[in-house]
Design a protein around this ligand. Sequence first.
Ligand code: PHE
Ligand code: ZN
Length: 882
Amino acid sequence: MDIARNPASIPGNASLADAAPEPTAPDTIRRLDYQPPAWLVPDIALEFDLGIELTKVRATLTVRQNPDAARDQTLHLCGDNLAAMDLLVDGNPAEGWSMSGSNLLLPLPGDAHEVTIETHLHPATNSQLMGLYASNGMLCTQCEAEGFRRIMFFPDRPDVLSRYTVRMKGDRGAFPILLSNGDMTASGEDEDGTHWAEWTDPWPKPSYLFALVAGDLVARRDGFTTMGGRKVDLAVWVRPGDEDRTEHAMRSLINSMKWDEEVFGREYDLDTFNIVAVSDFNMGAMENKGLNIFNTRYILADPDTATDGDFDAVEGVVGHEYFHNWSGNRVTCRDWFQLSLKEGFTVLRDQMFSADMGSEAVKRIEDVRILRAAQFPEDSGPLAHPIRPDSYQEISNFYTATVYNKGAEVIRMMRTMAGPEKFRQGSDLYFQRHDGEAATCEDFVKAMEDGAGLDLSQFRLWYEQAGTPRVNVAMTHDAGSGKVTLEVKQQVPATPGQPVKKPMPIPLKIALFDRGTGTHDGERTLQITKASETFTFGGFAQPPVLSANRGFSAPIQLETEASDADLTFLAASDDDSFARYEALQQLFTRELLGATDSGPNEPRRAAIAEAMGAVIDDTAIDDMMRGELLMLPAINFLIELAAPADPVALHEARERLKAYLGTRLRGRLTALHDRASTVAYSLDAASRGARKVKTQALILLAAADRAETARRAEAQYRAADNMTDRQGALAVMSGLDVPARGELLADFHARYADNALVIDKWFAIQASALRSDVLDAVETLAGHEDFTMKNPNRVRALYMTMAGNPFAFHDASGRGYRMIADLVLKLDPINPQTAARFVPWLGRWRKIEPVRAAMMREQLSRIAAARSLSKDVREQVTKSLD
Ligand code: PHE
Ligand code: ZN
């Protein structure tokens, strides 16, 4: 079959202006202002005298002029909340130094010097959880992105790479375990009840990869022999009592190490690999060289306390941090604008790893769901930015779904275009060329061009332009010639600072199905490069059914003119499981968006019920996939499509559809639930799949028959021998007005009172309930004795869940908005990084109908008017109001 490319007129292309510069705020940092550092620090020796209240740090920096930079006799050392208690140059008191804001400027006469600095830290009062802080009696550090400057004055930028020697001493009772990067090279005991350890990391690294942990910890130990024969001691460190919940993390680590050797040829490079779990942590985890530090929620898992989803998250994050050892540590970032260089690539690597450990098809659907729920709204809102941003005020605000997840999609497209083997050659070349360096996104793209043999000149736009491209495909069929023509048009929406966009290169996978046979003549990848172009295919006696963006080959919003009948056909017959899922999702979406205007569409509802019924009956798919196919689109995704949206109307339409499906499919859903309930617990796919469909069945049934489903859910809760069943049942119960509800919530709390991660679930389950009194519940929970603003997991469990619950957040009274604004104002002085992460919810006002939008803006203005705001919150609020 021939494929004729017929580039049509290219509107947009002639008038392409360069992006207008963003308005400059005083403290805006710009990518194009990059200058190499004037001074390098090849070696640093750190000495810690540890204490929870007071820790003294002494650093000796070997500094020398950078031959590749403009000469500057002043050494610029970043500091944040630090005072230099002692400052020596080549052993003598420093002269002529000054402070510039919180930074230290030190004039140096020659080319090479030794600088010694002492600082005093107060970990117990460090509630920001950046730098050195105390968590549950232990000491730990978090330095990415700019936390090292809260420990020591230093050129705290990722292009300054140093060899670290760390010596720490502390009380043996309080800190029996002393860890840092690299391998332990010496240790000893002193007579005064203290002991000490020295750790040496032979690999030069930027300061953001420094880490130290001291505390009362126990380890699960294991070993791994690398492909080159290196024997590595592995340890997962947790608080005493938690060691039984580390088996899955350790297994995931070993699987990651093996997988990276097999799939990317990457071998581990130290004799020690330590992971430490801490309960107070701003993010998921951190890839410090040889000493990964994790949020406990991504380490601790056992069947009684962790859901299947939690197990997957542990596997994915353990893999992610391990993979950073090459994509991030051996090759690091030149500056923070290059963040996606390590994060986008590493997310792709962890996605591929999880796909290989489980089901590739299901994993792809999950990843697209996350992208649509988290990244699409960002890309179409006031905080939209390219995966390689051009400017920022506070870098912590750029650890985003765009940099991470869209960044992964962009590299995935390169892989799709090159094929797996060539892609591997590209990544090999990248690692070989830039090992030991601080690289740029451009370096990665160039290595892919040279190694994988791709021409990525136009593709670089994916790094430059923000916004999700909208692609429209219109199909025409000519019965006389048997020709099918696809007219493809694309448009990239304007985003802040980028009013005019160029057309993107888009690899679009398609297949054309024969309606009669239900088959197609092969998948094709269309390389779209223009604003508008047509593709022609011959040999079609009948008009085919178009299946497009198969496997989600590009991160775009696709519009086609598929009829309901076409979608029903694809939902039943597409051999690409993502496309099959997608067809069903489109049917749902159509129905839900249409229903808010003109009520349900009877034929379409019936078609959906029939398609869902077919999914339930289909013996060719496993339960993991079945569970995926039975899920309705999230309200937060529908809001994107409906904008301006009435979230509660969408919610009601969604509940009505659930009720309709639950009623129509009651017999089959009940049978599905019964069948799945007989499957015994294990971690294999069949057993996990059974648990997944059980909860999905309950969700649909609950909307149809509350009383009967409540009985079923209660039975599932009481019989549960694992958290997946228990949490699934309780979540369904918590949305219902039945007497057993309160009893089961109380039972859950009592049962797990001493397990912080499960108590987080208890908060989240109540904050996610689709009930009219959910905001009252959140307010009450905020006053619960287990609630604290000091622990980010707890704050997120209650408030991030509430903000993500459209029924609560978008309550017509505006109370949900007010509660989030109150939280931001209250949390900002405690933990600005975490506080800033709540602002984007209010920043979505443009997507919401005008009455609510005004209330959302009002709350943003109220935050903006606060007397003192962190840089983090200030940036997000200002941009969100624009
Ligand atoms: N670099 C970490 C990761 O993605 C994320 C992180 C960023 C953690 C900043 C802490 C602070 O793996
Ligand atoms: Zn990462």
